[in-house]
Design a protein around this ligand. Structure first.
Ligand code: GLU
Length: 279
């Protein structure tokens, strides 16, 4: 059964960009008489607030985007991420990293050829092969992208809008899969949960297209199914900037309070709406 999801982080109010993403996922499920699921990606536990969870539920109801099952919360699922992390450790594709952000920045500043990805500098690999780890620090866990690539072999994914992509496992470098504070990361949690919720179609913003390369690597290493993808355009404000949660002007709550028609405001382009054959 076609199953899509909307996976907001309850760290602020929903804005037009969220409404757009939710509508795409919702429409896809409804077109195929499938399921539309809601998942709170709340691992940024210091930034989540109870009123943001409630706001998301209220605003989705207001937008008539009704979800089909009890919403999931990633904070309820930490043991699942931990066991996936153990599997990856046993495959030998992770290493502990003790670097602080500041240490990484100063290391990068000393390099003449600092590794770069599409989103900026990549981790320079300081802790890869570390002989004597500091005893006074908890590590984060990073993927050894080279080792992972050697294990998975060639991979690809298909995106409704962007076509077939050959996976570049090194695109995000040695990404953090488990943060020190919470023992997981967006990348690990989303891959585990998409599989656990039997998500067949992952629809999300184009800003996550690069992340999908890493997600395919994790799916392969963990023996998880490959969903289909649709990375849709991002909604921008009048100045061409991506909408941010801190900018309240285009939040659903503000537009709703002003009595504005959200969907008119969005002027949904048909190019992003999945065509019925996307199943
Ligand atoms: N939690 C992410 C966001 O709010 C969505 C990630 C995804 O759909 O995979 O942008």
């Amino acid at each position: 059964m076609v199953t899509s999801r909307f996976a907001p982080s309850p760290t602020g109010r929903l804005h037009l960009g969220h409404a757009y993403a939710a509508r795409i996922a919702h429409n896809l499920a409804r077109q195929h008489h499938g399921k539309f699921l809601l998942r709170f990606e709340d691992i940024d536990h210091t930034r989540v607030r109870p009123e943001y969870y409630q706001g998301i539920l209220d605003e989705l109801r207001f937008l008539a985007l009704h979800w089909d099952e009890e919403p999931w919360r990633q904070l309820d699922r930490l043991p699942h991420y931990e066991s996936a992390l153990e599997t990856l450790k046993s495959l030998g594709v992770l290493y502990p990293c003790y670097c602080t952000r500041r240490e990484i920045e100063s290391e990068l500043a000393t390099l003449t050829h600092a590794p770069h990805g599409p989103e900026g500098p990549l981790y320079p690999g300081t802790c890869r092969g570390l002989k004597s780890p500091p005893s006074d620090r908890e590590p984060a866990w990073r993927l050894d992208a080279e080792k992972a690539a050697a294990l998975t072999g060639p991979l690809s994914f298909s995106d409704l809008k962007h076509g077939t992509h050959v996976v570049d496992p090194r695109l995000l470098g040695d990404a953090i899969l488990a943060r020190k504070d919470i023992g997981t990361s967006y990348h690990l949690a989303v891959v585990i949960d998409d599989a656990a919720q039997n998500i067949t179609h992952v629809t999300r913003g184009e800003d996550l297209l690069h992340a999908t390369h890493l997600h395919r690597v994790l799916q392969k290493l963990l023996g998880l199914p490959e969903p289909r993808y649709l990375h849709h355009r991002l909604i921008v404000d009048d100045n061409g900037h991506r909408l941010a949660k801190r900018n309240d002007a285009l939040s659903i709550a503000t537009l709703r309070a002003r009595g504005q028609d959200i969907w008119n405001h969005l002027a949904l382009p048909n190019s992003d709406l999945p065509d019925p054959s996307f199943a």
